[in-house]
Design a protein around this ligand. Structure first.
Ligand SMILES: Nc1ncnc2c1ncn2[C@@H]1O[C@H](COP(=O)(O)OP(=O)(O)OP(=O)(O)O)[C@@H](O)[C@H]1O
Ligand SMILES: [Mg+2]
Length: 334
């Protein structure tokens, strides 16, 4: 559906409407099936704890930002959870009442798939915005499941954009210019924007960092986790120095965390020791529900709201909402 007539982010959404009280997660059901009333087992305790946490989050207040917060979700390492974090965090915040836009800036179009929006070849997309000056409002699609969640899809056309952009005027500012046009008009009520970057530090990622206020880095808790991080941080510094003074590496989310392995704990400790301010308390566990949700064109937030993955992303959303933007954290509102 075109958003042209309604305005992106203009919906006021009843956050309670989609709550699924009383429903039990399939993850919970599956696990209990194997427990045989062994209610004191670590797994049973974990499930009870997840449900307790979900209920607390359901009734908690998620403060809304005083101005639109724009995140570039980036890590040039592939498969670390950039897309999963972008869409689930966006869905969690939108479900709790915020107006949220996800910009799919990856030719793979995974965020578009996960949000269930059309992104077949030829669909008006971020490519048209970047290369043909199409207004963002004309290509944004509303999520069918959460009305205050929007997505600007990516199609396979975007695969050539890194090269095509090279010869375009203001090539690093294409996304910046288009997004500011949206924010001054139909997107003025947006609370959060997440730009799902590709696994590279090319022009698409650069465009995202030029318009973003914050960089969110998902880090997978595995052996090579910190490799490549120096280069990513150098890129953030370079963008801040030359192209976007507002940019801050504000948030690190530890993904696919398995608390039972020493390696995951060691990696998490190492990340925390390097980035104590940025690393969120809440980690995202490895969960089948998280990985299967995109095949239904859904985020885990709607696919299985009681699952450990959904609850973890809701907790991450709350932490990000409560911490506020870096300007709010450190220097008062800009
Ligand atoms: N918490 C999780 N539990 C289980 N599987 C997960 C979890 N997070 C991500 N995955 C799976 O790991 C894979 C990589 O995740 P994702 O696509 O989000 O990473 P990415 O960084 O966006 O990848 P790319 O670099 O290709 O864009 C996907 O198959 C996804 O379903
Ligand atoms: Mg991705």
């Amino acid at each position: 559906m075109s958003v042209h007539d309604h305005g992106v982010g203009s919906t006021s959404y009843d956050a309670t409407a989609d709550n699924v009280d009383g429903a039990v997660s399939r993850e919970t059901e599956d696990a209990f099936a194997g427990l045989n009333d062994d209610a004191g087992s670590p797994l049973a305790n974990e499930l009870i704890e997840t449900e307790r946490k979900r209920r607390a989050l359901e009734s908690a207040d998620f403060p809304r930002p005083t101005r639109t917060r724009i995140f570039a979700v980036s890590n040039q390492k592939g498969g670390v959870g950039k897309t999963t974090t972008s869409v689930n965090l966006a869905a969690a915040l939108a479900q709790r009442g915020a107006n949220v836009l996800v910009i799919d800036a990856d030719p793979q179009g995974n965020a578009s798939t996960a949000l269930g929006v059309d992104h077949r070849e030829g669909t008006p997309s971020i490519y048209d915005v970047l290369l043909d000056d199409t207004p963002m409002a004309k290509v944004a699609q509303r999520s069918k499941e959460i009305p205050s969640l929007w997505c600007i899809p990516a199609t396979i056309d975007l695969a050539g954009a890194d090269i095509e952009l090279v010869s375009v005027v203001r090539r690093e500012f294409r996304l910046h210019d288009a997004l500011h046009e949206l924010l001054e008009g139909p997107g003025k009520n947006l609370d959060y924007i997440f730009i799902d970057c590709p696994p590279s530090l090319g022009l698409l990622t650069l465009n995202a960092m030029v318009v973003a206020h914050e960089v969110l880095i998902p880090i997978q808790c595995e052996y090579y986790a910190l490799e490549g991080l120096t280069q990513l941080i150098k890129t953030v510094e370079m963008v801040r120095k030359h192209l976007n003074k507002q940019l801050e590496l504000s948030t690190i989310v530890l993904t696919m965390y398995d608390a039972r392995t020493n390696l995951a704990r060691e990696v998490a400790n190492e990340v925390r020791s390097h980035f104590p301010q940025q690393t969120l308390e809440q980690t995202i566990p490895r969960s089948v529900r998280v990985s299967e949700a995109p095949s239904y064109g859904r985020t885990v937030i709607t696919h299985d709201p009681h699952s450990s993955g959904a609850v973890a992303y809701l907790a991450v959303a709350k932490e990000i909402a409560e911490r506020g933007a870096p300007a709010q954290q450190n220097r008062g509102t800009a």
